[in-house]
Design a protein around this ligand. Structure first.
Ligand SMILES: *Cc1c(COP(=O)(O)O)cnc(C)c1O
Length: 352
C-alpha cells in the first residue's frame, strides 16, 4: 500500500438493495411503497417554475418544516429535515454521539448504523435480540454513549410497545435516544408524544416508505427545540442547502394530503395481513410485523433457493445470507395484485 493510503478514512460501505429494472418485475426488495405519491405532488412538479432553480433553496427549508410541524401539532423549532432519513440519521450520529462510551443498538437491525458509527469513529455495542427477535429493554439500561433503534425494528418488523420505549428513554436521560420510526405509519404507535416530556429524545421519520417518495429523498426528525438547534448547527457546518427546491415543494404537497396518506397506508396494512395468512398456509413462519414487510423463514425450503427461484421469475425480495437471519427473506408488501402473484408462484414452487 502506498504511503498516501495510510491517511485515508477507510470505510466498509452500506450495501443498498438492488434496483433492477425489468418491465414485468415485482419489486419487493427495498420496502418502497407500491402506490404513487399523493396527486398534489404531480401537480406541484408539473407547475414547477424552472427559472427559480438558478436561486439557492431556503437553507432553513421552512415551508416543509412548517408543513410537517402543522401535521404533527408541533412548533417549527421542533422539526429538522434532510435528504432522506439516512441524511437525518447520519447528521444525528455526528451531532449527538460524541462520547467515549459505546452507543447501543441491536445486533439485528438497520445495517447502516454500524457503518455510520465506523465512519464517525463512534464506539458501539450491539445487545442481542431475544429468540423471538425482540429487543430486551434491560440491555439498554447500563451506561452508554447514546442509543438508537428502529421501531418497528428492521428487518424483523417487530414492534416494541410504547411503554418499553419510554422505559428506555427514562433510564437514559444523560444521553440522546434516537427512535428511527421509518415504518411507524403501518400500524404501530409513535413515541412522538414523549418528546414533550424528554428533552433528549429524537424521533426520526421518512417520506420514503409511507409517503411513497423514496425517489425524492425526504426525511425528518422531531424533538426538543434544543436538540433541533444542535442538529441545525451541525448541518450548517456541513452543507447548508441539503434540500433542493423540487424536494421542498413536493414534500409540502405530500405531507398536506393526509387523506391519501391514510388511505394508502391502510391498503398496505390490509394486504400485509392477507399475505401473512397466505404465507402461514404455505409453511412460512415469522414474528408479527407492523411494517410494510414480512421477515419470513420456510419450514423446509432454504431461503437462498426461494430467493433464486423468485428472482428468475423477476420477483425481487431481500435475502441477507449468514448469521441468525440467514435463512430468512424480507418481503416488502406490494399491491394486493402483486402479492397474489407472489403467493401463487410460491404455492406452485413449493408443491413441485
Ligand atoms: C428505509 C429506512 C431508512 C432510510 O430511509 P430514507 O429513504 O433514507 O429516508 C432509515 N431507517 C430504516 C430502519 C429504514 O428501513
Amino acid at each position: 500500500m502506498a504511503n498516501w493510503e495510510n491517511n485515508i478514512r477507510k470505510v466498509v460501505p452500506y450495501t443498498p438493495g438492488e434496483q433492477p429494472n425489468q418491465p414485468d418485475m415485482i419489486k419487493l426488495n427495498t420496502n418502497e411503497n407500491p402506490y404513487p405519491p399523493a396527486p398534489g405532488v404531480r401537480e406541484v412538479l408539473r407547475n414547477m417554475d424552472t427559472d427559480t432553480l438558478r436561486l439557492y433553496p431556503d437553507p432553513a427549508a421552512l415551508d416543509l418544516v412548517r408543513a410537517i410541524a402543522d401535521t404533527y401539532g408541533l412548533s417549527d423549532n421542533q422539526v429538522f429535515v434532510g435528504v432522506g432519513s439516512d441524511d437525518v440519521l447520519a447528521m444525528s450520529f455526528l451531532t449527538f454521539f460524541n462520547s467515549e462510551k459505546p452507543i447501543l443498538f441491536p445486533d439485528i437491525t438497520y445495517s447502516f448504523y454500524d457503518v455510520w458509527a465506523d465512519l464517525f469513529r463512534i464506539p458501539y455495542e450491539r445487545p442481542v435480540l431475544d429468540e423471538h427477535f425482540h429487543i430486551r429493554k434491560e440491555d439498554y439500561f447500563g451506561e452508554n454513549g447514546g442509543i438508537v433503534f428502529p421501531n418497528p425494528n428492521a428487518p424483523t418488523g417487530v414492534v416494541m410497545p410504547l411503554s418499553e420505549v419510554e422505559d428506555i428513554v427514562a433510564h437514559n436521560q444523560d444521553v440522546i435516544v434516537i427512535v428511527d420510526e421509518a415504518y411507524v405509519d403501518f400500524g404501530s404507535q409513535s413515541a412522538l408524544p414523549l418528546i414533550e416530556k424528554y428533552e433528549n429524545l429524537l424521533i426520526v421519520q421518512t417520506f420514503s416508505k409511507s409517503r411513497s417518495m423514496a425517489g425524492m429523498r425526504i426525511g425528518f426528525a422531531m424533538g426538543s427545540p434544543k436538540l433541533i438547534k444542535y442538529l441545525n448547527d451541525a448541518k450548517y457546518s456541513f452543507n447548508s442547502y441539503t434540500m433542493d427546491r423540487t424536494a421542498l415543494a413536493a414534500g409540502v404537497a405530500a405531507v398536506k394530503d393526509q387523506e391519501y396518506f391514510c388511505e394508502t397506508c391502510h391498503k398496505i396494512i390490509e394486504t400485509r395481513e392477507w399475505t401473512k395468512k397466505e404465507l402461514s398456509k404455505l409453511g412460512f413462519s415469522f414474528e408479527d410485523s407492523k411494517a410494510n414487510f414480512i421477515f419470513a423463514t420456510h419450514e423446509t425450503c432454504p431461503a437462498e433457493d426461494l430467493f433464486k427461484a423468485l428472482r428468475e421469475r423477476h420477483i425481487y425480495v431481500r435475502y441477507f445470507p449468514g448469521g441468525r437471519t440467514g435463512n430468512h427473506l424480507r418481503i416488502t408488501v406490494g399491491t394486493r395484485e402483486e402479492m397474489e402473484t407472489f403467493i401463487g408462484f410460491l404455492r406452485d414452487y413449493l408443491s413441485e
